[in-house]
Design a protein around this ligand. Structure first.
Ligand code: ATP
Length: 572
């Protein structure tokens, strides 16, 4: 079962995380195996003493003590294996979740939200059993091996008979490990595809209902089901066949050992106790059923870990150590920025400067790349070529905290995270949580204070219970951006759901002279563009023109962006 480097490192780290438990589980299971190997010898000896009418009380006690020890060890093994699996799954979930959030929006673009959830929930639980399965594998191997050694100690002929059939068993195990691995990977991939489609359908439940396509979408979500079923059947068939073959081979080996022991008994080379012990050792030596179970568990967990490894292979944006100049005004500059999405060059060598403290509106037709440019300006994504600088420092050279403190962003559909309404507005890097007063001030500026105070528990209302329309959610998102300040404020369509009066009030603040930050505003309305110091008109992957709205309005193409009449009308 070869593993790629990331998967190997991940499982290594998971094992180190619970090293104590792994060692304890290994010790307990090996001790249990040792006790299990001693028991047949003790039983054999006791039988011989009883047949010979010799005092056997001590040996009976030994046997009882071994049985009690085995029971105790079995209980310990169950608890240790259970807690080890749970701890490892938690460790893997934490690590992958942290990584996904560090990668940023690209992780969801690459895998899909549902598939990521399936990996973090389902695959992490399966992968979490790997260290435990590996720790117990030693005991599962030691049992049959120890039993063969014990057979040799009883009589070398017994071990020889067993070993003659052993290669068949070994072959079975190898085939099982190889065949199962491929089926398990197919199975888990199909599961991921169903999860991705399901997450998409749940997010689009409103559209599906409105379109009346519930049946079609159910079929779409479940499309990979036949594949899943085929992979599942193949997986269980391989395992079933291996188990059946093992079960067929094992009694034959057992029978062979007992037959030879019987012959040796008639020749007085073995006692009745030895035959009893040999018979039990033969059962232990053919204990491949346990080994088959352990091996297939290990294959499943490693395949699941490989799916986590794929996520961890996504590079996390690197951050540098440079600082922003303390007296910087928030000058934003894009130099030769190129960005591709979905195999298309959306921005093609864009050069753009927003002087410190000024407002630039980004205008362009739908799909022109306004949101992408806004994302690059706030380093939610990196350009494929070129660079973005704030006060002369490339964004990639800034430490994460410095970058996040310098840039505030609001979106068209903000995610309201954080538990309560207050926490949602205050959401930000650790150590930079705005005070309750600042949160309320920001909410007032974003015209959110009124509706928040009307909520049953005001600012303490849990987000899930806060009824919010698109406009209310946008106002909370804006409040979050205002509460955090910074030298660059980016509003990506963040005013689109506001009613005209509220939009006017918020833009008064955003475009007004009280705000010192540099502002980059994705604008769809001519009225919004008209209030900016300058407008950058994006068209065909480039900045077609930069100027005031009044200047650009003279160009018919610019007017057409707003669906305005081709000529004659003045700017709005
Ligand atoms: N993750 C992605 N995968 C594939 N294509 C993408 C991705 N993100 C953006 N695009 C494409 O890049 C182009 C620019 O998208 P962007 O959202 O920046 O446009 P926009 O100008 O903001 O549009 P709108 O005004 O409609 O919001 C679009 O054609 C979009 O389909």
């Amino acid at each position: 079962m070869p593993m790629d480097r990331t998967t190997g490192e991940l499982l290594g780290a998971a094992t180190r995380h619970s090293a104590g438990r792994c060692v304890a589980l290994c010790l307990v299971s090996v001790t249990a195996t040792g006790a299990g190997l001693l028991l047949p010898a003790a039983l054999g000896r006791t039988l011989d003493l009883l047949i010979a009418h010799a005092p056997a009380a001590r040996w009976v006690l030994y046997c009882a003590a071994l049985v009690a020890l085995l029971t105790l060890l079995d209980a310990c093994e169950t608890v240790l294996a259970g807690t080890l699996d749970a701890r490892t799954a938690a460790f893997l979930r934490r690590r992958v979740t942290r990584h996904v959030l560090a990668v940023g929006p690209r992780a969801a673009d690459r895998f899909g939200a549902g598939d990521l959830v399936a990996r973090i929930v389902g695959n992490a639980a399966q992968a979490g059993t790997a260290p435990g399965a590996r720790a117990a594998l030693l005991a599962a191997l030691a049992g049959p091996l120890g039993a063969v050694v014990a057979l040799a100690l009883v009589d070398p002929w017994l071990a020889a008979v067993f070993l003659a059939g052993a290669p068949v068993l070994t072959l079975l195990l190898r085939t099982l490990a190889r065949d199962t691995s491929a089926c398990v990977a197919d199975y888990q991939r199909s599961q991921g595809r169903i999860a991705a489609a399901l997450a998409e359908a749940v997010a689009g439940a409103r559209t599906i209902r409105a379109a009346g396509t519930a049946d079609r979408d159910t079929a779409r979500v479940l499309r990979p089901l036949p594949e899943l079923s085929r992979a599942g059947l193949r997986m269980w068939r391989v395992q079933g066949r291996a188990a059946a073959q093992a079960v067929a081979v094992a009694p034959l080996l057992h029978l062979g050992v007992v037959a030879v022991a019987g012959v040796l008994l008639t020749r007085h080379r073995l006692s009745a106790g030895d035959v009893l012990a040999a018979s039990r050792y033969a059962v232990l030596a053919t204990g491949v059923g346990v080994l088959v179970g352990r091996l297939s568990g290990l294959v499943r967990s490693r395949t699941a870990a490989a799916r986590l490894g794929e996520v961890l292979d996504q590079p996390v944006p690197a951050h540098g150590e440079r600082r922003l100049p303390a007296d910087g005004t928030g000058r934003l500059e894009l130099r030769g920025v190129t960005a591709r999405r979905g195999g298309r060059t959306v921005l093609d060598g864009v050069d753009l400067v927003v002087p410190g403290g000024r407002t630039l509106a980004l205008v362009g037709r739908s799909g022109a790349g306004k949101s992408l440019l806004a994302a690059l300006a706030g380093r939610l994504a990196d350009p494929d070529a070129g660079e973005v600088l704030l006060d002369g420092v490339p964004l990639a050279a800034l430490p994460r905290d410095e970058l996040r403190a310098a840039v505030a962003q609001a979106f068209d559909r903000p995610a309201l995270l954080g538990g309560t309404v207050e926490a949602t507005i205050a959401l930000g890097p650790p150590g930079r949580t705005p005070s309750a007063r600042r949160v309320r001030e920001a909410a007032r500026t974003a015209r959110a204070d009124d509706f928040v105070r009307r909520l049953p528990q005001g600012y303490a209302t849990p987000c899930a219970h806060a009824p919010h329309s698109g406009g209310e959610a946008q106002r909370l998102g804006l409040a979050r951006a205002f509460a955090h300040g910074g030298r660059l404020l980016i509003l990506d369509d963040a005013l689109s759901s506001l009613d005209t009066v509220t939009e006017r009030q918020v833009t008064d603040v955003v475009f007004g002279s009280t705000t010192t930050a540099t502002r980059l505003v994705v604008a769809h309305r001519a009225a919004t563009a008209a209030r900016a110091d300058a407008v950058a008109w994006l068209d065909g992957g480039r900045v077609r023109a930069v100027g005031t709205h009044r200047e650009l309005w003279r160009t018919p193409g610019y007017r057409a962006v707003f669906g305005a009449a081709p000529a004659g009308e003045g700017p709005r």
